[in-house]
Design a protein around this ligand. Structure first.
Ligand code: UDP
Length: 474
């Protein structure tokens, strides 16, 4: 082995759900002696600077290289550099065009720095080709589980939805073939790109091709969470993949937990004091991630449902007008950005109502917190099935319809009565709730064990690094 550190470029797409875990991966690799360089745009570099500076002070070899975000070139307002600032379908297309323009400056950075390998997010399909130009390997980071990757592949391979007539009821369901468990899905939950052939479908196919041509896949998961799917993805589907998660467990102190992603809009000590004043397992945390939007009517139903269920709660986002007064004392409102991992890890937390983003779910699994699932788009309906049907640490709220996050539609509104019932079911003292809590605690123990020396994810990371060294001849 040479004395020079193995150098990795990590390039996430500019969205919190990708930036946050990628930064954790950069830190994990640096902690194993690698030189990690995160590629991002200037405003995102500012967002992560506190964390990276702290890491550098603690001796980690973490660097940031920036590429200007071509907002003006695509007709986006200056200052927009992240998916959570995108608020309409038109802006989505512009944002995607901007991402395509990052290829050339990325290649310049590759030329200048000559890293040994690249870990790039799934939404950067050209990264495989860019890396190949410099004779280096590209690894894909999707940000989701083996289960979801397997569901996606089954849908791609078997196309079970094609057997359902186009004018059939959207509630018609089909079984997803080839999986270790019997998993069913309705037409209304199926991502749009499977139903509407067009630009988005073409784009998804490109992402898939780029993944197939890449060297392998890093998975933010741990073996004990989904052994059947880890085997299925690697042995049956034959993909090279390493599980290295939960990567959020890299954050062990209050500051690291509180400063993930954006600057919190609430003081972390205030949140901790509020939580300290509550009974163990009594608080429900309600958050729909960094990009999802919910219609005002739906927010109102949710607020009324929470009010009538009677449990204390933390709500991230805006409350409908006039409601704040009503819930004073019982609810803590965090307007924009919450210190999520800090909250989930607190003993007062009893449940998490989530939009089923994988990072959020895995953070809840790591903390031993059972969930109420409310999927909206992307692979969130798959994640819901995993948590409610495979590991059984969640209850579904009954969301029916896949919906692009920027379109806060009102169709199939979830009613306050249903919300109150499900909240009481999860937070109450019934047998089902107790068992779920017990399972969640056990899974959290397994998660924590997986990332320490000898654990499955610790070993996964070691194997991955050794393989990269072999290729880089270091
Ligand atoms: N997050 C946070 N505070 C918030 C909202 C989100 O720290 O107020 C973090 C959360 O902990 C997770 C990420 O942002 O790590 C969101 O990723 P996820 O995959 O759950 O959902 P997405 O935002 O990509 O839909």
């Amino acid at each position: 082995m040479g004395s020079e550190a193995l150098h990795v470029f990590l390039f996430p797409v500019m969205a919190q759900g990708h930036m946050i875990p990628t930064l954790d991966i950069a830190r994990l690799l640096a902690a194993r002696g690698l030189k990690s360089t995160v590629i991002c745009t200037p405003l995102n570099a500012i967002s992560i600077s506190k964390t990276t500076e702290r890491d550098r002070l603690s001796g980690l070899n973490i660097n940031v290289q920036t590429i200007p975000f071509p907002a003006a070139e695509v007709g986006l307002q200056e200052g927009i550099e992240s998916m959570d600032q995108v608020t309409s379908p038109e802006m989505v297309s512009k944002f995607i065009s901007a991402i395509a323009l990052l290829q050339q400056p990325f290649e310049q950075l590759l030329e200048e720095h000559r890293p040994d390998f690249v870990i790039a997010g799934m939404f950067l399909p050209w990264a495989t080709e860019s890396a190949a130009k410099f004779g280096i390997l590209r690894i894909v980071f999707h940000g989701t589980s083996y289960f979801s990757l397997s569901v996606g592949e089954s849908l791609n391979i078997y196309k079970p939805y094609e057997a359902i007539s186009t004018d059939a009821d959207q509630d018609s369901s089909f079984v997803i073939p080839g999986l270790p468990d019997k998993i069913e899905m309705t037409m209304s939950q199926l991502p749009n790109h499977y139903k509407d052939k067009g630009l988005v479908a073409d784009r998804m196919e490109k992402l898939r091709e780029s993944e197939l041509n890449s060297y392998g896949v890093l998975v933010n998961s741990f073996y004990e969470l989904e052994p059947a799917y880890a085997e299925h993805y690697r042995s049956i589907l034959g993909r090279k993949a390493w599980h290295i998660g939960p990567v959020s467990l890299r954050n062990t102190n209050t500051l690291d937990k509180a400063q993930r992603g954006k600057e919190s809009t609430i003081d972390q000590h205030y949140v901790l004091d509020w939580l300290n004043s509550k009974e163990p397992n009594s608080v429900l945390y309600v958050s729909f991630g960094s990009v999802s939007r919910v219609s005002n009517n739906q927010l109102l139903e949710l607020a009324m449902g929470l009010e009538s269920s009677g449990y204390p709660f933390i709500w991230v986002g805006f409350l409908p007008k006039g409601f704040e007064e009503k819930i004073k004392g019982r609810g803590l409102i965090i307007r924009d950005w919450a210190p999520q991992v800090l909250i989930l890890d607190h003993q007062a937390l009893g449940g998490f109502m989530t939009h089923c983003g994988w990072n959020s779910m895995l953070e809840a699994i790591s903390a031993g917190v059972p969930m109420i699932t409310w999927p909206m788009f992307a692979e969130q309906f798959y994640n819901e099935k995993f948590v409610t049907q495979v590991i059984k640490t969640g209850i579904q709220l009954g969301a029916k319809e896949y919906n692009l996050w920027v379109e806060a539609k009102d169709v199939s509104l979830l009613k306050k009565e249903k919300i109150a019932t499900v909240v009481s079911q999860l937070m109450g003292d019934g047998e089902e709730a107790k068992e779920m809590r017990q399972r969640a605690k056990e899974m959290s123990e397994l998660a924590k064990r997986s990332v320490v020396e000898g654990g499955s994810s610790y070993t996964g990371l070691t194997t991955f690094i050794e393989e990269m060294k072999l290729y880089a001849k270091k």
